[in-house]
Write a protein that binds this ligand. Structure first.
Ligand code: ZN
Length: 258
């Protein structure tokens, strides 16, 4: 079975066929999915998906590019949602300097990142980290998180293999998705080569980042065998080993027993 550790099935790109698609997952070997909140609206739609589908779980939090949504009331809403049975993580949270160039807003991203990390510590949930073009600042904040023993995954990992090794030493998982199949994904393939199999999670980030040969199309968990195949080729092991190990890794991190 395949565990998709990161998807956004509440995205409007799934409005037309969401129910049919999600119900088809188990017959295609997709055994579990974490649907991840990004903005304020998804704090409603994500828990609703985890209620509606057996093998769906929820991550609750606000994405760094959506922090204009955040205030104390919304943070309290996240705290309440964190207590629900099918909530398995706080996320996605972090820093995005690719889309945000204003230093003042970047400071606010760091502020809300740290507030949501504190919430993870308080609730005992792991974190799902989004970090783009912000390697140094993210790493500094995550060093503090590691000292606080907050577990988690660096989702859609895009930095160096050396830094991935640091994160692994600190106890973090590395999220690998469609980029590993891209012709310009060489850096990520180097990372996959060096990260131990027991620290890798499979993820789609659906509807984004569909693997080759579907690059540019709407992504879905049904394409994850292509990502597992790319990892198995890099590591010289079977696709089944990749699926089994990443399934166990996700169950361990998110406290899911199946
Ligand atoms: Zn995402």
């Amino acid at each position: 079975m395949i565990f998709d550790s990161h998807a956004h099935y509440d995205d409007k790109r799934f409005d037309e066929d969401r129910d049919t698609l999600l119900k088809s997952f188990s017959e295609h070997g997709i055994g579990a999915v974490v649907n991840v909140c990004a903005d304020k609206d998804s704090l409603e739609t994500t828990p609703a998906l985890s209620d509606a589908y057996d093998h769906f779980y929820a991550a609750v939090g606000i994405h760094p590019s959506e922090i204009a949504d955040l205030d104390e009331t919304v943070l309290e809403q996240i705290r309440q949602l964190a207590g629900r049975e099918k909530t398995v993580a706080i996320g996605e949270i972090g820093l995005d300097y690719y889309w945000e160039k204003d230093p003042e807003v970047r400071k606010m991203q760091a502020f809300w990142f740290e507030r949501q990390l504190a919430l993870a510590k308080e609730t005992g949930l792991p974190v799902i980290i989004h970090s783009r073009d912000a390697a140094k600042d993210t790493f500094e904040i995550m060093q503090k998180a590691a000292e606080d023993q907050i577990p988690g995954v660096i989702h859609c990992y895009s930095y160096s293999a050396e830094q991935a090794a640091e994160y692994v030493r600190m106890g973090y998982y590395i999220g690998i998705g469609g980029v590993v199949t891209f012709s310009n994904g060489r850096k990520l393939r180097e990372t996959v080569e060096t990260v131990p199999l027991d620290r890798i999670l499979l993820e789609t980030d659906a509807p984004y980042l569909a693997p080759e040969p579907h690059r540019g199309k709407r992504n879905a968990s049904l394409f994850l065998p292509l990502v597992a195949a790319a990892i198995s080729e890099i590591k010289g092991i079977s696709t089944q080993e990749v699926e089994d190990a990443t399934w166990q890794n996700a169950c361990r991190l998110f406290g899911v027993t199946q």
